[in-house]
Design a protein around this ligand. Structure first.
Ligand code: SF4
Length: 154
């Protein structure tokens, strides 16, 4: 039996990545000091066990585990105590590997490919801007002594 090495861009059968997804980082803010029986109710209302009790006071212990089910703000009384938002510039990625490569290596490699593509786009933009400036000025920036023909490129 032969094995063929290739990349996922050629065909999905070579992709080392299984299910991948991302979500915005949830953020909980306790607006008031929640203590005693109310703190216990808050801990119990959360199916993801995000809250803990420290010295009889409710605290946000595991914000990353939040599934944004909204149970902790469903009742009006909780909405006055708990603020639930999402950080718009922080993301939690979930990457599953087929086993061909460890997931952390996949992420590192993917970021490296993405960085390379960004460099290509930046270089193309740079070249386009240079070309446009040259035409706007009517001067070839690489040969400033040479005046460009107005009809060039039209
Ligand atoms: S939204 Fe749901 S999972 Fe998140 S903290 Fe509230 S109850 Fe827990």
């Amino acid at each position: 039996m032969d094995a063929t090495k290739n990349i996922g861009r050629e065909h999905a059968k070579w992709s080392p990545v299984e299910t991948t997804g991302y979500r915005m980082l949830p953020e909980m803010n306790l607006k008031t000091r929640i203590v005693g029986a109310t703190a216990k109710r808050l801990v119990n209302v959360c199916p993801a066990k995000v809250f803990d009790i420290e010295d009889d006071v409710a605290v946000v212990a595991r914000p990353r585990d939040c599934t944004v089910c909204r149970e902790c703000i469903r009742e009006p009384e909780w909405e006055e105590r708990v603020e639930l938002t999402r950080k718009r510039d922080r993301f939690i990625f979930s990457v599953e590997s087929t086993g061909a490569m460890p997931a952390p290596t996949l992420v590192t490699e993917a970021l490296s490919v993405l960085t390379g593509k960004c460099d290509l786009v930046l270089a193309a933009l740079d070249a386009a801007l240079k070309h446009r400036t040259t035409h706007d000025n009517g001067v070839d920036e690489e040969n400033p002594d040479v005046e460009m023909d107005e009809s060039e490129g039209s």
